[in-house]
Design a protein around this ligand. Structure first.
Ligand code: UD1
Length: 419
């Protein structure tokens, strides 16, 4: 298994280009099976999660061509035969569940192996299933599987108990060809949902309000093929903003949308980082002393849980006490134990982590316990004294395109060790 080695202590400089968003491209790939016509995704991020969801769809005879040089994915689902994808692949990635909505919509059925727990919590799918039932599907859970069937889906009003990103997306996809009108209330408002709404509308759907708390879907008869470029990855951009902050450097980040980054910009600014923007680029200047801050993760437009571990790394290097409260996932402080191995002073108290800034972090062998925790450990390695070796790098490869190459481009001393 690959490792990443970082020698700490270098300032960063220069510019970095941000890829398109993992959390946009995954539902977009899933949505592509709503039509039997060809769909093309341009400038797609070449990530492990993209390869896994593609493999899941291949097991139900979807023809997916991934051109890694051109960053283009061509999806042809005209030959899908059955609706029971390979369970070992489904279990590999939770986002596989995004194919439930498109399958019940186009084929009136699906059967999937149920997700177990993952490193950041139990992550149930009850809200997805409630939505399908409200549209008229018969849903059964048992023997480790979830199965659903429907002769026809009929639009309905669905109130989500929590604004779940995946449930909002799945119900939108299930409802596009349902009879009549579906309204999702208390929907998640993440920009990736707005992007999915645009994609679905380009495929022929009639969706109003995707990306707001009320999504209206008026059922259409057919969906067609289309071409799309997903939005930029706000979490990758945020991770590079923290890379500049933790090394007290100045860098330019290209290909971003400032609007999506508002909560991250607000918190870094509160810590004393200077951030300016010109259209598609953001300039981060952290070449100064920074102040401790408190953070509470919330559904969008609140502070993203996917940036929590990276911010924890930064706050370990800022003198004084910072508190991070995690309200989205129940077990998202796995990075703390690894950061402590690097000399961090973090105490976990229920859903909060209390971080006391230390004079220095020290390089150590640490484990990427999940995707964002892994990225956070790389960030800590950038400032730690000596060498930090990060294992279980496959977690990081799920969601970052060539993270070590992008950091090398900014002057970091980082390399991948193929084991
Ligand atoms: C998506 C993102 C993930 C991000 C998360 C929260 C993708 C592919 N992944 O994950 O990167 O961290 O949003 O911003 O877009 N819940 C239930 N029942 C459900 C569904 C969710 O209780 O049926 C709970 C979850 O356990 C969790 C919370 O709701 O505590 C948020 O989950 P959700 O918004 O659904 O996250 P995902 O869509 O899985």
């Amino acid at each position: 298994m690959n490792k990443i080695s970082v020698m700490g202590g270098r300032k960063l400089e220069g510019e970095v280009n941000i890829s398109t968003a993992k959390n946009s491209v995954l539902p977009i790939i899933a949505a592509s099976i709503l039509s039997g016509e060809k769909c093309v995704i341009d400038e797609a991020p070449m990530l492990e999660d993209v390869f896994v969801i593609s493999d899941v769809l291949r097991t139900i005879s979807t023809d997916i061509n991934i051109n890694e040089e051109a960053n283009r994915i061509v999806i042809d689902s005209s030959n899908i035969k059955d609706c029971e994808p390979c369970s070992s692949l489904v279990k590999k990635m939770r986002a596989s569940f995004l194919i439930m909505g498109p399958m019940i919509s186009r084929f009136g059925k699906f059967k999937l192996s149920l997700p177990g727990g993952c490193n950041i919590g139990t992550r149930p799918i009850d809200l997805h299933l409630k939505g399908f039932s409200a549209l008229g599907a018969e849903v059964n859970v048992g023997h480790g599987y979830v199965e659903a069937q429907a002769k026809k889906l009929v639009g309905n009003k669905i109130y989500l108990d929590f604004p779940s990103v995946g449930a909002t997306e799945n119900i939108m996809m299930a409802a596009v060809m349902a009879e009549g009108e579906t309204i999702i209330e208390n929907a998640a408002e993440e920009p990736e949902i707005e992007d999915l709404g645009k994609y679905l509308n380009n495929m022929g759907a009639n969706i109003i309000g995707a990306g707001t708390d009320t999504v209206r879907i008026i059922g259409v008869k057919n969906m067609k093929g289309t071409t799309h470029k997903p939005i930029c990855d706000r979490i990758e951009a945020g991770t590079f903003m923290v890379a500049a902050a933790i090394t007290r450097s100045k860098i330019k980040i290209n290909g971003v949308n400032e609007e999506y980054l508002k909560p991250i910009i607000a918190k870094l600014t509160e810590a004393g980082v200077k951030i300016t923007s010109d259209g598609n680029s953001i300039y981060v200047d952290a070449d100064r002393d920074l102040k401790p801050i408190d953070i509470k993760t919330m559904p969008y437009p609140g502070f993203p849980t996917d940036m929590q571990s990276q911010m924890a790394g930064l706050l370990c290097t800022i003198k004084g006490t910072s508190v991070i409260t995690e309200t989205i996932f129940e077990n998202r402080f796995m990075h703390a134990a690894e950061m402590k191995r690097m000399g961090a002073n973090i105490k976990i108290d229920g859903r909060s982590s209390i971080i006391e800034g230390v004079d220095k972090l020290t390089g150590a062998e640490v484990r990427a316990t999940d995707l964002r925790a892994g990225a956070a450990l790389i960030l800590c390695g950038l400032v730690a004294e000596g060498e930090t070796e990060i294992t279980d790098v496959y977690h990081i490869d799920r969601g970052y395109v060539s993270i070590e190459k992008k950091l090398q481009g900014l002057g970091a001393d980082i390399r991948r060790i193929m084991v």
